[in-house]
Design a binder for this molecule. Structure first.
Ligand SMILES: [Zn+2]
Length: 841
């Protein structure tokens, strides 16, 4: 073997040096160089990222282990799913197996420390010649994701270098650091919309199922220096309790080694990192029987040091009220210069400690992996709910398949019924899916498919009863988000079943021939994708304004009628989108023509708006053409010549207009970053007036969630948000699924069921104010009457009761569509996509 090149030799500086960020392409090059120089490292290119950069997985272990990797992987998978094994066999597997530990870096691209640390961690593991290192290599297979978000890493590095030496040095990136998701990439773990998520899901959920996973992040600059496991309250149930013991166990060793190395300001089990947060990577892993953990380093100004006065250091969380020594924070940092090098060092020690303890207790780690799986299987076998059934007769059967596909990405075992069967006195048709609970991922399945209630207790409220804002949304019930019926079943299912590796997509195609035209089901989200593609091919498309009988099929109002495309093309598109085109034998009695929509999507700076990014992704997934428009494009005016529809993603009025933005941020004690003037945005009065002109002359303005507030004020609509200004004790709904009634006969409600779930998070409920213009307003969706909460947390249900949730206001020639809820949230709420898509046609 060759002499190893150190990072310092390769990059020309020590990792984390002041004002130096190694760029992803160089880091990849370095890992490949290490692979050439050592037989203890393997670089596996998973594929391209969203924007075409290499996404790599790095494996580090002894050369013997690496030459035996596939065997070790299989052993590990058996331990993780011990069904059918005897205790003796398990013992044999544990003796043969190695602890598998995965750590990932810089998912959030502005949190640069992890990816800068990774080359040095790898070098140390390969070059250190001591017993501790030898033990790690012998007993652990280390699966490293040196950069979870390479696209963002490159954006941030280039941005930093561009601002270096200017007054903007160290300021955060003014736009999203992932093409679609920005910071929300950590909210994609359960729906895996992003390419990077698909790679990491493969590593964590199906290929390896490591015993421990650590995701390295950064936090604010003015508190503790380093947050490490365990989490703080509130607790999230359904994972095996051993994982919570493991967080504390790994965390204690990390703290121990950090303290030993003389690092100060280390805190565990506190700060704003609760066990029940979003179901992001480091949390969802717990429900996969992986000890899922995160670390959070205090940030410098990217690679620029920050000076912190001792009196600027603060606590400010219920679990860390004051910046002072406490049991889990025995050694406060005293202030001074804080640098990227410090971050690199603390993360490296922490990563090392995680590997070190797994190596020292390899057999115990594997034994507990076995126990976690075994106990979860037993819980599933003895729980009241024995399985979830996904009936094949669904409102939208293609979206059902998409749900099954996403559950399979999680590595959940799913069967399909080869015959009709009865369970709990309900008869289910052949082709229904069955997800049994007596499998290792029991806790995950129940979290994704079982009704979920966020705790309402002393950990989630202040003493005066004020609810504490949860870390993120409070339910992740996938079928509720997607509008797919899933039934919990209490009996054992007796039927002929086959295990599936992928969903059985409906056969798309032509159901016969017609010289008049073909009809498409308005209830399928994918009908919109098919229509967009056919419009692209020159089809003429209408929507039937009344229900439609096509012999074999009966459609509610809104069915698409397609003409003018040759048969081969129709067949190809229908097959690709899994939709059926039904031949018409007579002209439908009443139709309205649909043209390819000219869509403008509003985008801003100030760090970007993830809701805008996700909206782009949804539009692309369903083939809607769109143009991104910035505030300057809007201020130019003449909008209606260019667009029929303008979409305003969820955003505050201040962010949209820019009015009072900097002042109010300063007043709240959180001044906005010092962005260069060209990256400050806001419509200003000119922009608002241009939007008014757009609507007056016939444009449609579609507003999601908080941006509805902007439209209400900018257009002086006779609508009021009844939730505005309410005390959180009176009303609070931080990301929950809520029952609503929908008008499926209104063109904007076409294809929807009359009742469904909508997703509310800091959302609105409307009241149409009495005026001489009552008839200018229409309600498409209203909240239900009682028992409104399906999953999540809702305080003050009566405030929502029967209130309009989606309103269309006619303003001169145009329309404003107000969504009080989030119809396309994070590309997850498929259930309400049609309400959004209908506004575009
Ligand atoms: Zn982060």
């Amino acid at each position: 073997m060759f002499e190893l090149t150190s990072p310092e030799e390769f990059f020309g500086y020590r990792m984390g040096s002041d004002r130096k960020i190694a760029r992803w392409d160089k880091i990849v090059e370095y890992f490949y160089l290490l692979q050439d120089q050592s037989d203890k490292i393997k670089v596996n290119k998973m594929g391209p990222t969203t924007e075409g950069e290499p996404f790599i997985e790095v494996l580090i272990s002894s050369s013997e282990n690496l030459s035996n990797l596939e065997d070790l992987r299989r052993v590990n998978l058996k331990i993780s799913d011990p069904r059918g094994l005897t205790e003796e066999e398990v013992k044999g597997l544990i003796a043969k197996g190695k602890a598998v530990v995965c750590q990932s870096m810089s998912l959030h691209a502005s949190e640069i420390g992890g990816t800068q640390m990774a080359p040095e961690l790898a070098y140390d593991l390969l070059s250190r010649d001591d017993e501790e290192t030898a033990k790690i290599l012998e007993n652990v297979v280390f699966v490293m994701v040196p950069c979870f978000n390479p696209d963002g890493q490159i954006m941030v590095t280039d941005w930093y270098n561009q601002t270096l030496g200017t007054e903007y040095e160290g300021v955060m990136l003014p736009w999203l650091y992932h093409k679609y998701a920005g910071h929300d990439n950590n909210r994609d773990a359960f729906q895996t919309n992003l390419q990077e998520s698909k790679y990491v899901a493969e590593i964590l959920f199906r290929k390896w199922i490591p015993q421990a996973y650590v995701d390295h992040h950064h936090m604010g600059s003015y508190g503790a220096r380093f947050y490490i496991p365990p989490y703080c309250e509130p607790f999230r149930p359904l994972a095996d309790p051993l994982v919570y013991r493991e967080h504390a166990w790994y965390g204690a060793h990390q703290a121990y080694m950090l303290e030993e190395a003389g690092k100060t300001g280390i805190i565990g089990g506190a700060m704003a990192f609760p066990a029940w947060g979003h179901f992001g990577w480091h949390r969802i892993t717990n429900h996969h029987n992986i000890a899922g953990m995160l670390t959070e380093s205090a940030s410098a100004k990217l690679a620029t040091p920050i000076y912190i006065h001792p009196d600027q250091l603060v606590g400010g969380h219920y679990s860390f009220p004051d910046y002072a020594a406490q049991v889990n924070f025995p050694h406060p940092w005293e202030g001074g210069w804080w640098t990227l090098r410090e971050i690199v060092e603390q993360q490296k020690i922490c990563s090392w400690a995680t590997l070190d303890i797994a190596a020292r207790y390899k057999d115990m780690v594997l034994r507990n992996a076995y126990l976690k799986a075994k106990r979860q299987i037993e819980r599933g076998a003895t729980s009241k709910t024995k399985a979830y059934v996904v009936p094949s007769n669904q409102h939208d059967s293609v979206t059902m398949c998409r749900l099954i596909e996403k559950l399979l990405v999680q590595g959940i075992e799913i069967h399909i019924a080869n015959e009709d069967f009865t369970a709990d006195d309900v008869t289910y048709p052949e082709g229904s899916y069955i997800i049994k609970l007596d499998q290792p991922k029991y806790g995950l399945i129940k979290s994704l498919l079982g009704r979920t209630f966020y705790p309402d207790n002393a950990w989630t409220r202040d003493q005066d009863g004020t609810p504490r804002r949860p870390k993120d949304k409070v339910t992740d019930t996938m079928h509720e988000f997607m509008g797919v019926r899933v039934d919990p079943v209490e009996c054992m299912i007796e039927a002929d079943l086959t295990k599936v590796c992928e969903p059985v997509w409906p056969d798309g195609g032509l159901e016969g021939e017609s010289t008049i035209g073909y009809a498409l089901d308005p209830r399928l989200n994918d009908s919109f994708a098919a229509v967009n593609e056919l419009l692209n091919k020159g089809a003429q498309v209408w929507r039937s304004t009344v229900s439609l009988d096509c012999g074999d099929a009966y459609f509610p109002p809104g069915a698409f009628i397609v003409k003018g495309v040759d048969k081969e093309e129709l067949e190809r598109v229908a097959a690709e989108k899994h939709v059926v085109l039904y031949p018409l034998s007579v002209e439908p009695e009443s139709t309205a023509q649909v043209s390819p929509p000219k869509i403008g999507l509003f985008q801003r700076f100030y760090g970007g708006n993830p809701d805008e990014g996700w909206t782009r992704l949804v539009l692309e997934q369903f083939g809607f053409p769109y143009v991104t428009i910035m505030d300057k494009d809007i201020r130019e005016g003449g909008l209606h010549d260019k667009y029929e529809v303008i979409i305003m993603p969820d955003d505050s009025e201040a962010m949209i207009t820019g009015k009072g933005l900097e002042e109010s941020a300063k007043a709240r004690g959180h001044p906005l970053p010092n962005f260069p003037p060209e990256y400050k945005s806001g419509l200003g009065e000119d922009g608002v007036e241009a939007l008014r002109e757009f609507v007056r002359t016939g444009g449609r303005l579609v507003c999601f969630n908080a941006s509805s507030e902007f439209a209400i004020n900018a257009f002086s609509l006779k609508v009021r948000n009844v939730l505005k200004g309410l005390d959180t004790k009176a009303f609070f709904c931080p990301g929950s699924t809520i029952h609503a009634e929908i008008d499926p006969c209104h063109p904007m409600g076409y294809g929807m069921p009359p009742e469904g779930l909508v997703f509310l998070w800091d959302s609105l409920a409307f009241e149409i104010l009495p005026s001489g213009e009552n008839d200018y307003y229409e309600t498409i969706v209203r909240y239900g009457e009682r028992d409104l909460l399906e999953s999540g947390w809702l305080i003050g249900e009566e405030k929502l009761k029967k209130k309009p949730a989606m309103v269309v206001a006619s303003v001169d020639e145009g329309k404003i569509i107000l969504f009080g809820f989030r119809p396309q949230h994070r590309a997850q709420t498929h259930s309400t996509y049609k309400l959004f898509f209908n506004t575009l046609f």
